[in-house]
Ligand binder design. Sequence first.
Ligand code: DSN
Length: 411
Amino acid sequence: MSLKQNDSELHSLILQERKRQADVLELIASENYVSDEVLEALGSVLTNKYAEGYPHKRYYAGNEIVDQIEDLAIARTKAAFHLPDDWHVNVQPYSGSPMNLEVYAALLSPGDTVMAMNLDHGGHLTHGSPVNFSGKQYKFVHYGVSPKSHKLDYEEIAKMADKVRPKLILSGFTAYPREIDFKRFKEIAQDVNAVSMADISHIGGLVAAGVHASPIPFFDVVTTTTHKTLRGPRGGLIMCKEKHAVAIDKAVFPGMQGGPHENAIASMAVAMKEVNTAAFRKYAEQVVKNSKALAKSLMDFGFKLVSGGSDNHMLIMDLTNKNIGGKQAQDLLDSAGIVTNRSMIPFDTRKPWDPSGIRIGTPAVTSRGMKEKDMSKIASWITAVITEPLVAPKVKDEIKKFTKNFPAPGL
Ligand code: DSN
């Protein structure tokens, strides 16, 4: 009995996707390759089990094994993030969007004022975009980056907080290439008596590995997805000070979710064990080194980058001096086996469907073992394709050969 024999149509599609992932340069900043072990737990019989509730307090029978698995995921998360004893972890959020909405539901009332990063400057849909539930339910006031440096201007954020007196201040981004000063954010929140929340979904792996500043232990709540730099299954984690634990747990279940996906939670436990190793810390260091090297090479080739560089795992190319839009650049690069996603740049004059930027990240190529010298090669391919689109098929061929030297985990 196997998928290959019984559902060859789907089996073939999975094989095609596996080959695509193997043959390309995966540069989407939020993607990664998980290990065989993470995949094995995700595809296990744990998907069969309903476990509404929390470990040792479930609404269904037969959870004696699943309880141990969820306990293990919690304990390993605490270890991976070096959480103090008075911190609590909820490993049940299905993914990033429910995770953030659950925190709001726990700590806010509809109509409350929240401060968060503007989507166009690098925030996330769940950080109060008017088209998202968060923006409809709460009164979000958005801060952005400085028009000059394209970096966060903490003085401006402090002034805004003083004026709008938010109930919660959120720091966290999907397209911001610089290190975040969490201590400064905490001071700003404290000065106006606001709850401090960090969404570290993008930088979770860097924070756990100690290569990016951490909001723990001084923030109130920290959320992260588990499938980006943390290199785990798709899922979400909420870490919070014990005083918020009851409200957060209630908001997750029964507030917003039903039965937790115990296969994903087991897979998360595997990933957290991997994160808490010297090998992972080396990986996270290399992710940042690669991002800095790629940023430098692209700038040497004449590309403008938002904020002029990168401190973390990503960079944003500003194509306004290149006579090409983000959508066309994304499609062209994709046709050459270079997978990225288009992105707004701060103060963009173009629309989100076809903005002025391209977001690039190094977590996935670093998982394949690529180093700084490989980043200059990648920069030269990106340059070639954007300046001379006709070379795309040739570059695709070269990349296919090149990636064979770097087997991806889990493929
Ligand atoms: N869609 C994710 C990203 O690519 O950053 C965030 O949810």
